[in-house]
Design a protein around this ligand. Structure first.
Ligand code: ZN
Length: 183
C-alpha cells in the first residue's frame, strides 16, 4: 500500500489567459502557486495531480528556499562593479575563443545567468555572475559564447564548451546546485 502523498501548501488561481493550460511555481514562502486556465480544473484533485507530476521541480525549489534561508545571500552588485569585474575575464575568453567582436552587457535577471544575442553581438550576463567563483564565471562565459556557433544544447555545443572548459560538467552542476539560490 502506498502511504498518502504529502503536499506542500498550495494555492490555485484561475486566469482565463491560460486557456487550456496551467502554470505552476513555488514562492519564496514555500507555497506552490498554480494558475489554471480552465474552470473545470480549478479543484484540489487537479492541483495535487500537477504537484505529483512536477514533484522534482517543486522539491528542487523548496530546497533552494531552504538554502536561501540558511545562507547569507549577498546583495546584488551594481552594474559598474559587475562590469569592472567581468569585463577583463570576458575579453580574455573572447580572445581565446576567437570572437573578439563580441561585447558584454550585464543586467539584473531573475531566472537566468546569461544569454546571447546574435542581433546585437552581445552576451548578457546576470549581475550576480560577478559574485561567482572564477571557474564558474568562466564556464558561464564559455557557455554563452559557444551559443554563437550552436544555438541549442546539442552534442556539438557541448564539445565546443568542453574545449574551453574541460570541467564544464562539474561547473554546471555546482552552478545549479549551489548557486541557484542567488537567482
Ligand atoms: Zn545555454
Amino acid at each position: 500500500m502506498n502511504p498518502a502523498p504529502e503536499y506542500p501548501d498550495y494555492i490555485i488561481h484561475f486566469d482565463r489567459k491560460f486557456r487550456g493550460g496551467y502554470r505552476l511555481g513555488v514562492t519564496r514562502e514555500n507555497r506552490v502557486e498554480i494558475i489554471i486556465g480552465d474552470r473545470k480544473n480549478e479543484n484540489q484533485e487537479f492541483a495535487e495531480g500537477l504537484i505529483r507530476k512536477h514533484r522534482r521541480f517543486v522539491n528542487r525549489r523548496l530546497r533552494l528556499n531552504e538554502a536561501r534561508g540558511s545562507r547569507e545571500i549577498p546583495p546584488e552588485p551594481d552594474r559598474r562593479t559587475a562590469l569592472r569585474k567581468l569585463t577583463p575575464i570576458f575579453e580574455a575568453i573572447t580572445q581565446e575563443m576567437g570572437m573578439p567582436l563580441w561585447k558584454l552587457t550585464v543586467r539584473r535577471a531573475n531566472t537566468r545567468w546569461g544569454s546571447c544575442s546574435h542581433h546585437t553581438r552581445r552576451i548578457m550576463l546576470n549581475l550576480r555572475a560577478a559574485q561567482l567563483p572564477p571557474e564558474l564565471t568562466r564556464y558561464l562565459i564559455v557557455h554563452e559564447l559557444a551559443h554563437i556557433h550552436h544555438r541549442g544544447h546539442g552534442p556539438d555545443f557541448w564539445t565546443l564548451v568542453e574545449r574551453f572548459d574541460p570541467e564544464y560538467k562539474r561547473h554546471r552542476k555546482i552552478l545549479r546546485e549551489e548557486y541557484g539560490a542567488l537567482l
